[in-house]
Design a protein around this ligand. Sequence first.
Ligand code: ZN
Length: 451
Amino acid sequence: MLELSKLDIDTIHWQKLIGQADSYLKRLFPICRSITGDGVRQTLSILREITDFKIKEVPSGTRCYDWTIPDEWNIKDAYIEDSGGKRIVDFKDNNVHVVNYSVPVNATITFRELEKHLYTLPRLPKAIPYRISYYNKDWGFCISHKQLCGLNKNAKYHVVIDSTLKPGKMTYAECLVKGSSDQEFLISTYCCHPSLANDNLSGQVLWALLLKEIKNRKTRHSYRFVISPETIGAICYLSKNEKVMRNIKGGFVLTTVAGPGKLGYKRTFLGDHAIDRVAEKTFRELNADYIPYPFDIISGSDERHYSSPYFRIPMGTICKDKYSEYDFYHTSLDNLDFINPKYLIETLKVYLLCLHKLEINCTYRSLSPYCEPMLSKRGLYPKISGHIEQKVFGSAGKPDTNGELRAILWVMFYSDGNNSVLDISEKTGMPMKLIYETSQKLLALKLLEKI
Ligand code: ZN
């Protein structure tokens, strides 16, 4: 049990993971994903090369609470030609050029008509914005603002979107890693964005690598890994797994994990749940400079559904360049030059440290609650005493030479069945690992029982 603590895995392992992340990011980036269609199928089957999981499909028209699985969308080609027949916008150059879920079109139209279907971003004149129209049947092209300014306003243009929108299926995947306890946590991400790197190809690759890391260890808790199109996928998953999802203790939505900016932590809707406490403790222990974000409902991902009134699963998110916050968010500049596989693996490590803290967050009860137990007869007390410094653990200056004894006394003091390892760590300022290892020692000496 608890082999998750083996985070001091040699650097060769981390280097290997960086190389793996790099190659999967490069292979997956060009795929045109959406909330349904072959792009999602292809993405999931490539991710499954990293580690096995179940791929499932739900037919179009299936009701999921207030939502319905839409028709399946696929696209072969799309372009705008000028009057000379030259392709001036080409889906094959960048799939972000097409408004995702565009209905098919093949027409020659004036600039004025075309303009109603063009989307640009004046703030970033060289970037192609990412736009979607899942539930409103429409078509459109996204181009740089610079390109728009250069278009001939008096010319006619030939627009083609060779897409299909018809009854099919929505694809998602899951994997349940069973632990020894009855506590289950959720690790979720989304796989519906086309060629956009930080949001959220990085989250997809991290999801698969984290799943593999967890499967390679024996864990106390169970971990349910879900990867689905954002919003409709999570809603569908909740509707199909209502009973088990209601019992999930908490979890993380993996997104935007490999940008060059600062680490960030978006809190759960509770703000002080164990998920929040282990995440913030991990950042503190790593001495990491991170940005805390409150739970927010407009700017959010699938935690909006996982945490909805019926389910109330507290979901946190650790990011590196959080969605909505970086300039290139939802634009063609969120590409492979923007992210770095090294950052992705750094975020993976932070997630593993958080999960390790959840793993060791046990609760014990003292079997010697009537005053302090006699430590000296168990060899736990200095033979010659009277020299213990009255020093609070963790205060500046010399290292705490009595750390081990202090931990024993605190663990015995707080182990009344109401304080977990995390609680004791927060109350004493001592690392969770020390509290846990001390508790294990006292458990072996039959001074504690595990609850
Ligand atoms: Zn997004």
